[in-house]
Ligand binder design. Sequence first.
Ligand code: GLN
Length: 466
Amino acid sequence: MESQIQQIHQQLVDKSISCVTLIQERLDALQKNTHHTVNSLLSEFALEKAAKVDAKIENGETIGLLEGIPFGIKDVIMLQGTYATSSSNLLKPYKSAYTATAIQKLLDAGAIPIVKENCDSFGHGSSSENTVFGAVKNAINPELVAGGSSGGSAVNVAKDYTVFSIGGDTGGSVRQPAGYNRVYGLKPTYGRVSRYGIMAYASSTDCVGPIAKTVEDIRIILNTMSGQDTKDQTTYQSQHIEKERIQSTSNAKTVGYFKNFIESEAIDPQIKDEFLETIEKIKAKGITVKELDFFDSDILVSTYYTLAMAETASNLSRLDGTNYGDRIEDKNLKESYAITRSEKFSEETKRRIVGGNQVLSQGFSDEIYLKGLALRDAISENFEKDFENLDIIISPVTPNIPPKIGDSLKDPLAMYLSDAYTVGFSLGQLPTLAVPQGTQTGLQITAAKNNDELVLKFANFLKDTI
Ligand code: GLN
């Protein structure tokens, strides 16, 4: 498939479609859709911008590649003056006071946001059912979940309601719904894209990432959003990734995969077979494929959830009904905080706040939290060692196919375990791309820190290989 951005850009330049028509068509499709992908539409804002793009084209001015291209924003990311609900009751009436850096960069390039997208509340979930806007339905089979937490964003791209969408990935939330809906989703290297303006879930692994239909579109969006930001001290200056440098001939000589992921009893036999077939096709191209030892999925999942819950308990403590969103008054301030938080947070979010506060509390923190931090260091070191002798690690995105809507809510532990293959790369802060190939829920391609370019290049190679 050709770059969607490039294709639409050409249509705008050729005047085979006007920007207003383009935006209106996508808004109508979003409005009518029954997959519950929309939290709010940005119709007025978007159409006003579209009219300006049309005027520019009429005047014979040149337009940038992203100018007039409609995109979606997961509803945990700020766009000044528009709703940012995080799919929660607590923030249902909240409007952003400022714009996230990544979104500002896209606005500066002329892209047009048209929708705030449904997701798991505060990024808490792997199915996009933890939302007050109704469970997001899978793009391919609406009886199944869309995946989470950026489910609305992935479905919007899969259904062509948006050309691309911007999600957030803390432990897999861009990659997993991308896999479930068969589109591309990138978690960039931690710090490549500013986190300023994405609601903090677990700050040490939160990443803003693009979802799109082609590798080229991912490249364009990533380049636009990347860069050092004084408002996020963890950002770094990265190099622009040139199109020519990610063409499909791979320079990866050695690829690895985690043996225990594939030998696990929890993996769906079909996903396992598909993955092993993919390995054979890669070997047939003369690439050396190595089996690697890694931490057990249980350790990865428990380390991730220990740290993520601790961080989210701390980050969400600011939401007490005073400064943001809805408030329920009670007899005194303390009671008002308590009732607001009890009534307005979802069950899943409360489970994480309670778990996180437990992990951080005196008497437990040494035993649990510090142990989690030590394990995270060990996981990162393991990756560093692996990448001394390897170019790429591949893995399935998920051990299982998407569950039916309703099932994950009954079994939170099973839902946490469905993140077994995504969370490790988050803890390692590595660049990882989910591609819609290799298994029925896709394949993850990971490279060493800051080597997002190689990830995209290998994705192009795989596109032509398997
Ligand atoms: N499913 C994982 C969780 O619930 C990851 C979510 C995310 O990346 N925001 O924590």
